[in-house]
Design a protein around this ligand. Structure first.
Ligand SMILES: NC(=O)c1ccc[n+]([C@@H]2O[C@H](COP(=O)([O-])OP(=O)(O)OC[C@H]3O[C@@H](n4cnc5c(N)ncnc54)[C@H](O)[C@@H]3O)[C@@H](O)[C@H]2O)c1
Ligand SMILES: [Zn+2]
Length: 325
């Protein structure tokens, strides 16, 4: 169930009464909780704002609180915050008593259009982000677009990069709307692109990989920056690179429209990160994926496909053109 719009927070109570839980706990990003209070009248477990919460130590602390509260298998976890808080709280719900139900209440643009949907939960490891996790879809996603008003500009831009990505994958008209309308106006449409894809491929056996558009190069750049870049900044560079590669590899004709949309969102075309580190990160990704680099590329706006046959030299030259010191 996806409840979205201005004032949607009220739907949390409705969803809880539908689920008839034996107990409720709110796991909330401390900053979001400070700004808005808990989204349900239940014990609150605050977690550190942002990525810092996605650790084994925080997961363990949250589970300790569930135990202390005596939550049983009929309990429901309400997760409140950005993608990081949802990933940790969802993972705690996935693992406590081998899985209890949860509701995702995303408070950032990125989480409302992307992270809250699709059931991926998890935490980070020193070796890599999201190394430990589980597929455990929430019973409901409640996205109140009023909460986006307090979001710092950089976080808004980060979310807009994912909106552009969803536009290229399945809603090209979004490319004309980003940077012109307030994000609240298109959260639902952008989210529905991902919701439709994960409904067809919940466990990422095939089609779902198109959601990696811009992320293969994006992750390499993000990692090479030592995570100094915002995720969306790295993804924007990755999206531009994917469009340029697609132009040459499969005759993609929509590159100018994508670039214009990213420009309007003040997202970068090039970043100052170490080229060798970016190359090494790309190779590392490839090793994990199994020898061949599989890239999601647009064939046309609204039609993204997976390619195993992109020449490495083409990928490397794009990476080089967009990085450097
Ligand atoms: N599970 C998935 O499918 C999936 C998909 C994409 C991203 N992710 C994960 O999401 C995370 C990134 O999420 P994010 O971009 O939402 O950032 P985030 O969760 O790190 O939050 C960013 C910052 O915004 C603050 N914040 C949250 N809501 C706010 C509000 N309404 N007003 C003001 N400040 C607010 C937070 O305290 C934090 O400091 C990453 O860990 C990434 O791995 C998961
Ligand atoms: Zn992303």
């Amino acid at each position: 169930m996806f409840r979205v719009g201005a004032g949607a927070l009220g739907a949390v109570a409705e969803e809880l009464s539908r689920l008839a839980p034996t107990g409720v706990v709110v796991v909330a990003d401390a900053r979001a909780a400070e700004l808005y209070g808990p989204p349900a009248p239940a014990p609150l477990v605050p977690i550190p704002p942002g990525e810092a919460c996605k650790s084994v130590a925080e997961w363990s602390r949250v589970i300790d609180r569930f135990v202390a509260l005596g939550l049983d298998r009929g309990a429901v976890v309400v997760a409140f915050g950005g993608g990081a808080a949802l990933d940790l709280a969802g993972f705690a719900a996935a693992t406590y008593l081998r899985g209890v139900r949860w509701i995702a209440v995303p408070t950032t643009l990125l989480a409302q259009v992307d992270a809250a949907h699709g059931g991926k939960t998890g935490i980070d490891h020193l070796e890599a982000k999201n190394l430990v996790g589980a597929f455990h879809p929430p019973e409901a996603v409640v996205a109140d677009t009023d909460l986006l008003r307090t979001l710092p500009r950089r976080e808004v831009r980060s979310g807009l990069a994912e909106v552009v990505k969803h536009g290229v994958i399945g809603a090209p008209e979004l490319l004309q709307r980003v940077g012109r309308e307030a994000p609240a106006a298109f959260v639902e449409e952008a989210a529905r692109v991902k919701i439709a894809i994960v409904a067809r491929d919940p466990s990422e056996r095939g089609e779902r990989a198109v959601l990696n558009l811009g992320h293969t190069l994006g992750h390499a750049i993000e990692r090479a920056s030592g995570y100094a870049l915002a995720h969306g900044e790295a993804v924007a560079v990755g999206l531009r690179a994917a469009c340029a590669i697609a132009e040459r590899h499969c005759g993609f004709a929509g590159r100018a429209e994508v670039e214009a949309a990213l420009d309007r969102c003040e997202l970068p075309a090039r970043v100052l990160v170490d080229r060798d580190a970016a190359r090494a990160a790309l190779r590392h990704d490839k090793k994990r994926a199994g020898a061949r680099l599989r890239l999601a590329l647009p064939v046309a706006l609204g039609d993204v496909r997976l390619f195993d046959d992109v020449p490495e030299a083409l990928v490397e030259s794009e990476l080089l053109a967009r990085t450097g010191g």
